[in-house]
Design a protein around this ligand. Structure first.
Ligand code: PFF
Length: 473
């Protein structure tokens, strides 16, 4: 059969927008502010930034290099490096499935909030039927059918974009979505920071509380480290082959070393900006900043409906959830691309004709099925359709722990060992200098990261994680 030419990004800028779009998502707007607030504010930020410099940059570069060198998604890429590495690729694929299945449920929920605020804006505030924010949230989340429908619609939109391909689908979409996201962020941040009491939120977020590092605090250094690391992997879309997949569509004339630095900087910048929306809003209206996951849905809903109220409240609510929705969808398309590229890579290996549409639809349906328990357990509510909780976690947390907590750090650990010790970091140099356009600038730095810093940090994190599960003492 005839072999197809692999799709590629139209330009490096298009790639950067898509990669930053993948990185910027629910993790930034939702996870980052509350994890930072709960884990010592500035004390957390310092560890987070340090982890990005000594781990994130190298893992990002490693993934981009492996992707561009092999021209395949994680499974095909690791197999191409050596058959014995295939398992790492499969672990990445499994993470992709698990993350996308809960991500779609959350994305669907954001969609529901966005639509509700739009209707409220157009109808003079009648949508919420005088329900409190907590009631609106629990009524919605225990309504399994509604959760499933919104999740399905979110996946449908994701599938539609991915089906259109890299340059025609993902790149075209992110070229509109990312500037829109930037504008929305600026509008909302300006509005929120002008509210009375907003400064308290900034203090909460940034004020370093170094006592959290101490073993006598109920948080402790390892918890801060572990939380920051998990957040970093998730936020930068690392450790599961997403950047391998996006990198596989890059042409040889792109500067991978520069790209590997720009993406984390942009992602961190947006995370901090998002925090500067969420925390000041919560403080300005006297709500609880450490509410955790419900912050995005209950606390912020209350800010818009009760705090601001009226047309302005609904308008700001709509714009805020639209922003979150855009961020979520530019991430979910990258997750789906990781999963569906697997089928085409396999066909390519077997020299069969590739086709984008069918594999994408099949994979989306599989993701939907895996996500059913997440949509039906009411995020752990006892009134939900599904009451079974694996190991005492709600399904969303369970999938998240397996992927972000275990598979991603293991993936990064093995990748750094392969690059640093298996290839003596030379693979990085050869791939970056391929084509003769660029010279690798920081070989010594990358070499130390791959050989020593990343593996040791990952081992510490995995140790802390397993200790948490009670697997080791
Ligand atoms: N980085 C995304 C976020 O912060 O929400 C989530 C994500 C996307 C994780 C893509 C992993 C991934 F491959």
């Amino acid at each position: 059969m005839e072999e197809n030419k692999r799709d590629s990004w139209g330009s490096n800028f298009g790639f950067l927008l898509a990669a930053v779009g993948s990185a910027v998502g629910l993790g930034n707007i939702w996870g980052f502010p509350y994890k930072m607030g709960k884990n010592g504010g500035g004390a957390f930020l310092i560890i987070y930034l340090a982890l990005i410099v000594i781990v994130g940059l190298a893992v990002m570069l490693g993934e981009l290099v492996i992707g561009r060198k092999t021209g395949m998604g994680p499974v095909g890429a690791y197999k191409k490096l050596s058959k014995k590495y295939a398992l790492v690729g499969y672990m990445g694929l499994l993470s992709g499935f698990l993350i996308l299945s809960f991500y779609s449920v959350l994305g669907g929920m954001v969609g529901k909030y966005m639509i509700s605020f739009l209707i409220s804006m157009l109808s003079g505030g009648s949508t919420f039927n005088n329900l409190t924010s907590a009631e609106f949230f629990s009524n919605f989340t225990i309504n399994g059918w509604e959760m499933l429908i919104y999740c399905f619609l979110f996946l449908l939109a994701t599938t539609f974009i991915v089906m259109k391909g890299i340059s025609n689908g993902i790149e075209k979409f992110t070229k509109v979505a990312m500037p829109a996201l930037a504008v929305l962020l600026i509008v909302i941040i300006t509005f929120v920071l002008c509210q009375d009491g907003a400064v308290e939120g900034l203090k909460f977020m940034f004020k370093p509380d170094f006592s959290v590092y101490s073993s006598s605090s109920d948080i402790g250094f390892f918890t801060v480290l572990k939380t920051a690391a998990g957040q970093m992997f998730f936020s930068l879309s690392l450790g599961m082959g997403c950047m391998i997949t996006y990198g596989s569509y890059l042409k040889k004339n792109t500067n991978l070393e520069k790209n590997a630095i720009i993406i984390p900087i942009a992602d961190t910048f947006v995370a901090i900006m998002a925090g500067m929306v969420v925390m000041p809003a919560v403080f300005a209206y006297g709500l609880e900043p450490s509410a955790g996951p419900s912050l995005l849905f209950i606390s912020l809903h209350e800010v818009f409906v009760t705090g601001m109220g009226g047309f302005i409240g609904s308008l700001m609510g709509f714009l805020f959830y639209l922003l979150v929705f855009i961020a979520a969808i530019t991430s979910s398309i990258s997750l789906l691309e990781v999963c569906s590229s697997f089928i085409n890579d396999k066909k390519q290996e077997e020299h069969k004709k590739t086709n984008r549409k069918l594999p994408t639809i099949i994979i989306s349906l599989m993701v939907f099925v895996i996500g059913v328990p997440v949509a039906l357990d009411g995020l752990g509510s006892s009134n939900a359709i599904i009451n079974f909780q694996p190991f005492g976690y709600c399904w969303l947390d369970f999938y998240d722990l397996i992927s972000e907590g275990i598979l991603m750090p293991i993936g990064a650990l093995i990748m750094s060992l392969i690059i640093g010790w298996g290839f003596k970091t030379k693979i990085i140099k050869t791939e970056i200098e391929e084509g003769g356009l660029y010279k690798l600038k920081g070989f010594v730095f990358w070499d130390i990261c791959f050989k020593i810093i990343v593996p040791i940090t990952m081992l510490i994190i995995l140790y802390a994680q397993f200790q948490d599960f009670g697997i080791i003492k």
